[in-house]
Design a protein. Structure first.
Length: 468
């Protein structure tokens, strides 16, 4: 099958420097949702290709398509340019060379790049509907059809013609069955009809729906499939619609996970992006943002206001009001509240990361803990290590990053500065307030602080002086 996605529209009402189809719903570009629907609707028994029609000024869209091809591994994706925006029919004509390479009987699916809710199942049903005809059109009944093309059927129920809203007579405008803008055609019939399009209409544009009438007038048959849910075929024209559909998409995703055994305490105020995976009996509390390719195991608790991106959280973990990106946490890890874990951090089983702790590219062994007010960067920490409050690894000299090694069962006292590169041996103890600039041997006690001096009665003198 050949899928053609029309994405060359300006989207002026978005008032944006970026193409409309790259604005996001739940973290994924509108065009990405449409491409995913195409991919899921592929016929496994055929060669499947996708052509996206864009304007030459849309370099961002072309770049996104290259990224999407690499990300999905689908090679049969290309773009063609529509230099002049002369209507939907003209946009499809830009892909005519690809259409003409289709085999006889091959189906061409045409979708809009700004209709993100279309379900793959609906596309597949429309393809089946078109198998015994020259094509099929997706329609819906709309209580307020203003702006939509009206669909008119013949006595047998096939589509006779589609009239755009601006070309409708007053009687025709009362028809509530409207064109949803998604089509399937037999390739040869479509190519033949495209060659006979004209622009004799109010907009002086080449309308794709005219192909339906052209095919029908030459003894062809175009079926219609009516959808019940108007949201499925809703487009995005401005930011108000974008926000409304974003909310509905979030709810669709959250309702899916509720049905899969995940507790989402407040679905209206929880964002879970489409590539996230979550295990059963996990609890997601309100105002969480779970993004990218994140996986969360079963029996976890993700506390309110947490932000997790591109991370793996294993079974039985707790993340409490914390930010994680590019993190891997093994079973029974407890993170937060108010922790920040950055890319390259790996936490083994039963690690404890407490409040106002930041980790970057740090590996912590099983049972180790950093409970308060610490920064650990470029560090490798063994099992059962205690990191005292206020400990930092001084890993950056303004030009390069340097590693810190801490052996298992070591104890790092509070307010310690470890100046990398440095190694602290197994079982070593570092006294509180130390500045460690040299390696510490196994089982050694390291102290690196100035000698305490005491001057009796001096405090009272200072107070009196300050009062005066």
């Amino acid at each position: 099958m050949l899928f053609i996605v029309l994405a060359a529209g300006l989207g002026k009402r978005m008032k944006s420097n970026h193409p409309k189809v790259l604005h996001t719903l739940v973290g994924k570009p509108i065009l990405g949702w449409v491409l995913s629907a195409c991919r899921s609707a592929f016929d496994p028994g055929q060669s499947n290709r996708i052509v996206v029609v864009v304007h030459p000024d849309m370099a961002e869209v072309v770049d996104y398509l290259e990224w999407w091809k690499e990300e999905t591994g689908i090679k049969g994706v290309e773009n063609v340019f529509q230099s002049e925006r002369l209507g939907s029919g003209h946009a499809v004509i830009m892909a005519k060379e690809t259409i003409d390479r289709c085999e006889k009987g091959e189906r061409v699916v045409i979708l809009s790049g700004d209709v993100p809710f279309v379900r793959p199942q609906t596309v597949q049903e429309l393809v089946q509907c078109a198998k015994s005809c020259d094509g099929a059109v997706l329609t819906m009944d709309h209580p307020n059809p203003q702006g939509y093309g009206r669909v008119f059927r013949d006595p047998q129920g096939f589509v006779a013609h589609i009239v755009e809203d601006k070309d409708c007579t007053s009687d025709q405008r009362s028809n509530q069955e409207v064109n949803a803008g998604i089509y399937v055609f037999e390739a040869r019939a479509l190519s033949w009809a495209l060659g006979r399009l004209d622009n004799e209409n109010a907009q002086r544009e080449y309308y794709l729906p005219q192909t339906v009438e052209i095919i029908q007038k030459h003894q062809g048959r175009i079926a219609a499939l009516k959808v019940d849910d108007a949201i499925e075929v809703s487009g995005v024209n401005d930011r108000l619609q974008l926000v409304a559909l974003d909310r509905l998409m979030r709810l669709r995703i959250n309702h899916y996970w509720l049905a899969e055994g995940v507790t989402i305490v407040d679905p209206e105020n929880t964002t879970i992006e489409p590539e996230v995976r979550i295990g059963i009996d996990t609890i997601i509390q309100p105002y969480c943002f779970i993004k990218g390719k994140t996986g969360i195991g079963k029996d976890c608790v993700i506390g309110p206001f947490s932000q997790i991106a591109d991370s793996w959280i294993d079974d039985g973990c707790v993340v409490d009001r914390s930010h994680l990106r590019g993190v891997r946490a093994a079973k029974e890890v407890h993170i937060g509240p108010f922790a920040r874990l950055r890319e390259g951090t790996e936490l083994s089983e039963s690690v404890r990361i407490g409040d106002f702790v930041e980790l970057k590219k740090t590996v912590m062994g099983a049972g180790s803990k950093a409970q308060h007010l610490s920064y650990l960067g470029d560090a490798t920490i063994g099992e059962n290590v205690n990191i005292g409050a206020g400990t930092i690894t001084c890993n950056y000299d303004g030009y390069h990053k340097y590693p810190t090694q801490i052996g298992k069962n070591a104890f790092i006292g509070s307010n310690t500065a470890i100046v990398a590169p440095v190694s602290i041996g197994e079982g070593a103890i570092v006294g509180a307030g130390s500045v460690i600039v040299e390696n510490v041997e196994k089982d050694a006690l390291a102290l690196a602080r100035g000698q305490q001096v005491q001057k009796p009665g001096r405090a009272a003198v200072i107070r009196e002086r300050n009062k005066k």
